[in-house]
Design a protein around this ligand. Structure first.
Ligand SMILES: Cc1ncc(C[n+]2csc(CCOP(=O)(O)OP(=O)(O)O)c2C)c(N)n1
Ligand code: SF4
Length: 287
């Protein structure tokens, strides 16, 4: 399958040079490749929040659910629980899932539900034109912090590690081959996968020079060792611009999954006819 077949007729409205283009071409390439290897694309569902990142689902010719701000994970979790045979992939922003939607993200990791989260981490609110987010560095001067943010940023990968995520990685939108590798691994991983993508927002937080200088690929690390993963993850805290920034897979383990346990409780016995009747009743009452 040619990745171009995964495009839609929608006009792409991202700014020229935006890192979202790299994320989209990487995910198209990976889904086309996996489709060629037997993954039925009709069993793939993309879920997005609200923000520049979220538009990606409009540009992908794959089943999708364009949800609301901060609610990417609850929608994705519900889809997975309703039909565990689906491959569910979330596209979210650092504002979307680390601010308003943070509690949902923590619980997805805690439950180790088998979904993939690709975080378009531009460290700014792009769509609303430049406010600081939980990963913006201290001193970030934006529309809501003209004098510079006084808070220090959070490290989302550290949070995901202690919360229970079982696949944790970081990529950069200038490294498309690595992005493809990480996306492929994350999708194939059975459990909660979190890929933090340093996605440059050319309009409100252009960090290309800094990332080009400081990023490096981690090699030879023991990805099943919690302490080693934590050490690598903590070596860059999203604040300092003069510290090496590791990229790659930091952690991957096998652990019991929420969707698996939920199914084995015997509660998952979908009666589609009954479900349709209930939805019809609900809609009739609603109208
Ligand atoms: C419930 C709700 N809260 C707030 C907003 C306003 N809002 C829309 S997009 C956005 C920030 C988007 O930032 P991010 O998630 O980082 O995505 P980006 O645009 O940078 O890709 C906010 C606060 C909203 N639409 N709905
Ligand atoms: S505002 Fe930033 S994140 Fe949004 S499309 Fe433009 S460059 Fe990309």
């Amino acid at each position: 399958m040619n990745p171009k077949e995964l495009a839609t007729a929608s006009q792409v409205t991202w700014c020229p040079g935006c890192g979202n283009f790299s994320i989209m071409s990487a995910i198209r390439a990976v889904l086309a490749e996996l489709a060629g290897k037997g993954l039925p694309l009709e069993n793939v569902v993309l879920v997005s929040g609200i923000g520049c990142h979220a538009k990606i689902v409009d540009y992908m010719n794959v089943n999708s659910f364009y949800s609301i701000h901060g609610r990417t994970i609850p929608v994705a979790s519900a889809i997975k629980i309703a039909n565990p045979d689906l491959t569910v992939i979330c596209f979210s922003g650092d504002g979307d899932s680390l601010a308003e939607g943070l509690d949902h993200l923590i619980f997805a990791a805690k439950r180790n539900i088998d979904i993939t989260m690709i975080l378009h981490d531009n460290r700014v609110y792009g769509l609303t034109t430049g406010q600081f987010t939980p990963t913006s560095p201290q001193g970030f001067a934006g529309k809501s912090t003209p004098e510079g943010a006084v808070e220090h940023p959070m490290n989302p990968l550290d949070l995901m590690l202690v919360s229970g995520a079982t696949y944790i990685a970081r990529g950069y939108t200038h490294g498309i081959e690595q992005l493809q590798t990480l996306f492929r691994e994350a999708i194939l991983h059975r459990g909660f996968s979190f890929v933090d993508v340093l996605q440059v927002c050319v309009s409100y937080n252009n960090l290309y020079d800094s990332y080009n200088k400081w990023t490096y690929a981690v090699q030879g690390n023991n990805t099943s060792d919690f302490d080693e993963a934590q050490k690598i993850i903590r070596s860059w805290n999203y604040d300092r611009s003069d510290a090496p920034i590791p990229l790659g897979k930091f952690y991957q383990i096998d652990k019991e999954r929420f969707d698996q346990s939920f199914k084995s409780l015997g509660q998952y016995q979908p009666d589609y006819a009954q479900r349709e009747r209930r939805i019809k009743d609900l809609l009739e009452n609603f109208i």
